[in-house]
Design a protein around this ligand. Sequence first.
Ligand SMILES: [Fe+2]
Length: 131
Amino acid sequence: MAKPQWSDAFSVGDVEVDSQHRMLFELLGSLLDLAAKPTASHRELSEAVHGLTTYARVHFDTEEELWLSRAPHRYPEHRRMHEQFRARAAELEHELAAGKPIDPLMLAAELQAWIVQHLMVEDQLLKPGAA
Ligand SMILES: [Fe+2]
């Protein structure tokens, strides 16, 4: 699975949000590496998913403040997308904590698809002048 690479083209013009997006890519990259390892344990995967989703929650709070100040008319719709991720993340964490068998590659691919699409498409509407 190809790891997503950060590029300045994805900048939304806010130092803090850009640096958090970069960190999300790094955490996602670590999860993809781990998922590809046949020796990865359930516990290691659970911890990597938890690290990523915990960081994503903190990041969404920061980003939502920026939406409110820059593009309040888009805030409700965007917050709904974050809520969908928060709900799915909670579900995944619950399943992992309960010891439910998972396919690491499927799990990593699902998180990658959401995060990459979200950062590279939806969040681009945060750029000054995009609204
Ligand atoms: Fe977002």
